[in-house]
Write a protein that binds this ligand. Structure first.
Ligand SMILES: [Zn+2]
Length: 73
């Protein structure tokens, strides 16, 4: 995606522009990663039996963290 922006001629403004665009890229990357996180469903965890609002593959977040090395999404 190409966005047309006016690139400033002043070197200091250009530096600010560059910094802003780098921050922008990091924010966009973070948003892309956040969008890829599964929303999950509410229910009972198949591993520990606790109720969770965000089950992913029928497993709660603490159990997914605990068994992360065995869990391959
Ligand atoms: Zn659990």
């Amino acid at each position: 995606m190409e966005i047309d922006r006016d690139i400033p001629s002043d070197p200091i403004d250009r530096a600010d522009y560059f910094i802003e665009s780098v921050i922008d890229d990091h924010v966009k990357e973070a948003m892309r990663k956040a969008a890829a996180i599964p929303v999950g469903t509410a229910g009972e965890c198949s591993s520990c039996g606790e109720w969770s609002m965000r089950l992913v593959d029928e497993t709660c977040s603490p159990c997914r963290d605990k068994f992360a090395r065995f869990y391959a999404p």
